[in-house]
Design a protein around this ligand. Structure first.
Ligand SMILES: [Zn+2]
Length: 366
């Protein structure tokens, strides 16, 4: 409990007091913050494997929110989002508590690889974890019980898998009203509905009644400033929606589409092996039958070129970056849009084009 009994209640949480945040072996009192290196495993040398955690406990009561990144060790954009929220933002009027976990998969981060190098385990299929189980599940258990379970909601940041990129979008279980509220508050243009695979942080946290969304943004091994800025806008909007920053307002992205089972959507896959001449980019709109890419052989022989066209009009959510494919490899993730969304998007793109001369969508909102 804090000792500021004299302070008059100043908001809708009158009567409630801010509480200390406690984890195994530590506590952070209201009005305080702490940078923690928390041991979740040990190396072959017996040294601790420690994740960085920043806990910011506001003076005022409110929800506890986690922001996590690098469950896949080479997915870096989210690390910078979490660090900027934790260390560059002013939280002097914070109503609630922020748990910032910029690097969850320490082994993968050190190796700049997606998986835990130990038998290539996927930390993001190991939640909520279990004591006495595999090394991946033990690490997940340490993270989950200490820093996820005490939370009221959360945001887990990812990028596309190495060699591909995706436009900033949210993935969330939209059938859960609490999770849908977090997802909409993040103010992305695109939300892909679904509960997510078993063992993912967002699914298992949501099952544990901690509504959690995934934010997908860009490519691995990069800091992409325009995407980081858009994600920061999303975090600010979520913190406003849930009253952590009561002076801030919720952001509206201009247009929004929720992609569910009723939407046309497909991963377009290569039917030929070769070198890919990609004509379209992340977050571009393509019309039905327009060429997305051409697959060529080393000699660029005309008769061998395979062109790939859009099967329907839609938005490119994810696309190949590393320009080589085997037959069956994914080229592009295309999602169809409702006529209303299409109109709103085309209007936005036309406005952007006349203002800036640029055509791509992934820029921070003005
Ligand atoms: Zn990931």
């Amino acid at each position: 409990m804090s000792d500021d009994f004299d302070e008059p209640p100043d908001d809708g949480t009158s009567g409630r007091m801010a509480e200390a945040f406690t984890y195994n072996g530590g506590r952070v009192d209201p009005g305080e913050s702490a940078n923690i290196r928390y041991g979740i495993s040990e190396t072959y040398l017996g040294d601790p494997v420690r994740i960085p955690v920043t806990v910011i406990n506001g003076e005022h009561p409110g929800p506890t929110v986690f922001l996590s990144a690098a469950a896949h060790g080479d997915e870096l954009n989210g690390i910078e989002v979490v660090r900027e929220v934790a260390h560059d933002w002013d939280h002097s009027d914070l109503h609630g508590t922020l748990i910032c976990l910029p690097v969850m998969n320490v082994h993968g981060f050190l190796a700049q690889e997606r998986y835990l190098p130990i038998y290539d385990r996927d930390l993001n299929r190991s939640f909520p974890g279990r004591e006495g189980s595999t090394s991946a599940r033990r690490m997940a258990h340490q993270i989950f019980t200490n820093f996820i379970e005490p939370c009221d909601l959360g945001i887990d940041f990812h990028t596309s898998t190495r060699g591909r990129t995706n436009m900033l979008h949210v993935r969330a279980n939209m059938e859960n009203p609490k999770t849908a509220r977090v997802a909409k508050a993040f103010s992305s243009n695109v939300i892909i509905a679904g509960e997510g695979p078993s063992g993912t942080l967002r699914r298992e946290a949501t099952v544990a009644d901690i509504p959690t969304i995934t934010v997908e943004m860009g490519e691995a091994h990069r800091f992409q400033r325009n995407l980081i800025d858009r994600a920061l806008t999303g975090v600010a909007s979520v913190l406003a929606e849930f009253g952590l920053h009561p002076e801030s307002s919720v952001h509206w992205p201009g247009w929004r589409t929720i992609i569910d089972d009723d939407n046309e959507k497909t991963w377009i896959r290569a039917d030929a092996g070769g070198i890919v001449d990609m004509k379209r980019g992340r977050s571009e709109l393509v019309k039905e039958d327009e060429v997305i890419c051409a697959i060529t052989n080393p000699f660029k022989e005309e008769e061998d070129i395979v062109t790939v066209e859009a099967p329907f009009t839609g938005l490119i959510v994810g696309v190949l970056e590393n320009p080589v494919v085997y037959p069956g490899n994914p080229l592009c993730h295309l999602v169809g849009l409702s006529p209303d969304t299409l109109t709103a998007l085309e209007r936005e793109r036309t406005a952007d084009h006349s203002q800036s001369g640029l055509q791509t969508g992934d820029r921070p909102p003005r």
